[in-house]
Design a protein around this ligand. Structure first.
Ligand code: PLP
Length: 386
């Protein structure tokens, strides 16, 4: 039997329709989009069709979408691009303590280059307070970067509230929406942001392709110099099959979004309630309501997340104990620590992220197997006072 996959926040399987859409662009329609003959123009128009599908999903204009190699590049581009283009105006950047490493490491780098970075805290739900952003702004602030929803605990931030503050102060606002685009409704104008990072493989598209939404007029330095592709914003021959797959994924996401949100929220809540009721000494991480429809993150006391994950894997269930990137390391999650958990509690966390192919039966199976695993591990745990 195929393992039950409950790690959709790490990556999603490409939709079969996405794979089908990509296939012609590997061999038949293989042209370089910069070429003026028919093969090139065919590839070019496929890219433009994909760009329109993505801009339409987030209420943007086509020319405001720049394709990248993924969410990480989009985050790097936004942070470094704004920092270096606006350094005459100021050198201060505001972000949060719970951002993805793509943002945090970019900030660390910019810190070494002389920029000042403020890392704002979150409350025990992982939620930011827009007033903290307001208070942190100085006359040197050039950028605020706050993620739309957290990849580990699923908390959705009050971006529209933060954008009003950013606008009034004349500061650019970037949001890493890698976990939200294609999953919850997003409109760039309602959110009021200037830059948005997107990644195709989180919305049933291929890996290695993403986009940065750049609001018209935003001052951004290009850091990929070369052939002038993407209107000079990002050089390199375009990943045509990847971009086509990304476009198809965006096209599929739009009409399915509302119904899928309801279906997943329902399954998510069955899983949360089931775990909290069946296993004592457990609690939910992240916000109970302001959270992604597909995210369940639970701390289980007296056991280690890694042991639970390995045992679940042996029982045919794939889940994670933090973000995809941090689950290979044994460091406690910076996100859970920022919500006030101590390192032992943070190590005992489990993340299930649901998706398009998650069924009620799969959730029932987790609720049958997980309590048994926890009982077994607690019986052996030195953390349990006997
Ligand atoms: N930002 C967030 C919130 C993510 O969850 C991820 C991936 O886990 C990324 C950025 C990086 O995206 P990519 O894997 O496309 O580089």
């Amino acid at each position: 039997m195929k393992p039950i996959y409950l790690d959709y926040a790490a990556t999603t399987p490409a939709d079969p329709a996405v794979v089908q859409a990509m296939i012609p662009y590997f061999h038949d329609a293989f042209g370089n989009p910069s070429a003026i003959y028919s093969y090139g123009q065919e590839a070019k128009s496929a890219i433009e069709k994909a760009r329109s599908a993505i801009s339409s999903l987030i209420g943007a204009r086509d020319e405001e979408i720049v394709f990248t190699s993924g969410g990480t590049e989009a985050d790097n581009f936004a942070l470094k691009g704004v920092a270096f283009a606006n350094q005459k105006k100021g050198n201060h950047i505001i972000t949060s303590a719970i951002e993805h490493h793509a943002v945090l490491e970019s900030c660390k780098f910019l810190g070494k280059m002389g920029f000042k970075i403020t890392y704002l805290p979150v409350d025990h739900f992982g939620l930011m307070n827009p007033d903290d952003v307001k208070k942190a702004i100085t006359d040197k602030t050039i950028l605020i970067s706050i993620m739309h929803a957290n990849n580990e605990i699923g908390t959705i931030q009050p971006i529209a509230g933060i954008s009003k503050i950013a606008r009034e102060a004349g500061v650019y606002l970037h949001t890493d929406a890698v976990q939200t685009v294609g999953h919850i409704p997003i409109d760039v104008n309602q959110l009021g942001v200037d830059l948005i990072s997107i990644s195709a493989h989180k919305l049933y598209g291929p890996k290695g392709v993403g986009a940065l939404y750049i609001r018209k007029g935003t001052k951004l330095m290009t850091f990929m110099h070369g052939g002038g592709q993407e209107r000079g914003r990002r050089a390199s021959t375009e990943n045509v099959p990847g971009i086509v797959g990304f476009g198809k994924a965006a096209e599929l996401a739009k009409p399915e979004l509302d119904i899928e949100m309801i279906r997943l929220t329902n399954l998510r809540d069955i899983l949360i309630t089931g775990i909290l009721n069946k296993i004592d000494h457990t609690h939910l991480n992240g916000h109970p309501v302001k959270r992604l429809p597909n995210n369940v993150n639970i701390s289980v006391e007296f056991v280690e997340g890694e042991s639970m994950c390995l045992n679940m894997d042996m029982a045919g269930i794939c889940a994670s104990t933090g973000s995809a990137c941090s689950s290979a390391s044994l460091e406690a999650s910076h996100v859970l620590l920022a919500t006030g958990l101590d390192p032992v509690q943070a190590h005992g966390s489990l993340r299930f992220t649901l998706g398009k192919w998650t069924t009620n039966e799969e959730i029932d199976k987790v609720l049958e197997i997980l309590p048994r695993i926890v009982t077994k591990l607690r019986a052996m745990s030195p953390l349990v006072k006997k």
